[in-house]
Structures are given as structure tokens and as C-alpha cells.
Design a binder for this molecule. Structure first.
Ligand code: ADP
Ligand code: 5GP
Length: 222
């Protein structure tokens, strides 16, 4: 097995965190996780050094200046970045390294580690309505943050076709199996000819969901 960087990206609620955790828990001997740095505040239950390295903005920017990051990006007004040390630690132990990162960071990783050294996977539940329902049920964001994340999903969908693979996260076990076999398999782009059409329709579906959310909130206020 050649260890490689396996990038998982998805609009918020797509399931990348759940899938990354399941892959690592089920295959601890073959997959390691890169713990990112972020300037956002810890959520309830999150632990420093485990879920993220929580940093002040000045500390993060010093790290950027010192060349410590493989990639970094701003998301929702906060900085997030992958530390080179985290990635190297996992790769030198002979394991694939999983990155759960947003699309801008994924682009930076692809530039520096072209396939087969990396493989990038974009994850979505088949139905945009399910994406919003999962995001709301997770209850980790305010409604305003959910609306921002849904708007951002429109931009993220435009990047989806730059990824090597798209997978549907409907049944979790199936999605986990797919990620494992993609990481182990030959890297490179595999594109179903219907993917483009699907992605365009999905973007429209998300816009409808954003409108539905807006109407619902408006109705509650009125
Ligand atoms: P992301 O990290 O992409 O924002 P999460 O991994 O947090 O998404 O998943 C969003 C929510 O959906 C979580 O509450 C998670 O438990 C749930 N979820 C993820 N994948 C599935 C799945 N295949 N089936 C049902 N629920 C799922
Ligand atoms: P959250 O605040 O929900 O934990 O994460 C917000 C977004 O930041 C998610 O899309 C997540 O994948 C992304 N993210 C987490 N860590 C990193 C990172 O190291 N780099 C980049 N570019 N994005 C990250």
C-alpha cells in the first residue's frame, strides 16, 4: 500500500466528518487523521489537540508566516489549516492521511500533491433536502450560520467537478467502504458522464432548500 493524502470535502452537513471518523476507527492500522488548526471556538465536547488545535488568530498567522501549513483557508470568518507536521507524521508511519477540509484547501492540496500522491473526494447525500435536514438535526450551528453554510454550499458545488471522485453519502457503511477502496485504489479522476448534470441540478435543489428555510423562518416570525 502506498500511503496517500485522501481529501474529503463536502458542503456542511454532507457527512465528511462522520465518514472520516468511521474510516479511521474501522481501519486504525491503515488510516490516520490530520488534526487541523483553527481560530474558531471549540464546540461542546470538542477537545484541543483531538478535534482541532484551537489557536488564536495571531498564533495561526504566525504559523502561516513560518511556513507550517500545507494549506489554509477562511471559512465563516474563521481560519482553518492543515499543518505539514500532522500530514508528515501520518505518512511516515505508512498510513493514508485523511483530511476533512473545505474546497479551497482541497484545491491547494491538489496543486502540491497531484494524484497519485493525493486523491480528492467530494461527498453529498443524493437529495439536497437530506443535506439540509442533517445539518439542522446536528444542532451545532445557529440558523444564521446554517443559512450562511447553505449559501456557501452553492459555491462549493461549483468546485465539485474539480475533485477526482464524487460519492453519495446515503448509507454510511457504503460511503465508508467507497472511501477506503478509493484511497487504496489507483488514483486519478473517474467521472460518470451524468455527474455534471447531477451537480448542476443539485445546486438548484440547494437553492430551493435555502428558499424553503427562508420561507419557514419568515412564516415563524410573521
Ligand atoms: P460535515 O462534516 O460534512 O459537515 P457531518 O459528518 O457532521 O457533516 O454530518 C452531518 C450530520 O449528518 C451529522 O449529524 C451526522 O451524524 C449525519 N450523517 C452523516 N452521514 C450520515 C448518513 N450516511 N446517514 C445518516 N446520517 C448521517
Ligand atoms: P467546522 O467549523 O464545521 O468544524 O468546519 C468548517 C469547515 O472547515 C468544514 O468544511 C471543514 O471541512 C473545514 N476545515 C476543517 N479543517 C480544515 C483545514 O485544515 N483546512 C481547510 N481548508 N478547511 C478545514
Amino acid at each position: 500500500m502506498t500511503p496517500r493524502i485522501t481529501v474529503l470535502s463536502a458542503p456542511s452537513g454532507g457527512g465528511k466528518t462522520t465518514i472520516a471518523r468511521a474510516v479511521r476507527d474501522q481501519h486504525p492500522d491503515r488510516f490516520g487523521f490530520s488534526v487541523s488548526a483553527t481560530t474558531r471556538k471549540p464546540r461542546e465536547g470538542e477537545r484541543d489537540g483531538v478535534d482541532y488545535h484551537f489557536q488564536k488568530r495571531t498564533q495561526f498567522l504566525e504559523g502561516v508566516g513560518a511556513g507550517k501549513f500545507l494549506e489554509y483557508a477562511e471559512y465563516g470568518g474563521e481560519l482553518y489549516g492543515t499543518l505539514k507536521s500532522e500530514v508528515e507524521k501520518v505518512l511516515t508511519s505508512g498510513k493514508h492521511v485523511l483530511l476533512d477540509i473545505e474546497v479551497e484547501g482541497a484545491r491547494q492540496v491538489r496543486q502540491q500533491y497531484a494524484p497519485p500522491r493525493s486523491v480528492s473526494i467530494f461527498i453529498l447525500p443524493s437529495d439536497p433536502r437530506v443535506l439540509l435536514d442533517r445539518l439542522r438535526q446536528r444542532k451545532s450551528e445557529s440558523i444564521d450560520q446554517i443559512r450562511w453554510r447553505l449559501d456557501r454550499a452553492g459555491y462549493e458545488m461549483e468546485q465539485a467537478l474539480s475533485f477526482d471522485r464524487l460519492i453519495r453519502n446515503d448509507d454510511l457503511a457504503t460511503a465508508v467502504t467507497e472511501v477506503v477502496s478509493i484511497a487504496d485504489g489507483s488514483a486519478g479522476r473517474v467521472r460518470d458522464e451524468k455527474d455534471r448534470e447531477w451537480i448542476i441540478n443539485y445546486g438548484r435543489g440547494l437553492q430551493r432548500e435555502a428558499q424553503r428555510l427562508y420561507d419557514e423562518l419568515h412564516h415563524q416570525k410573521g
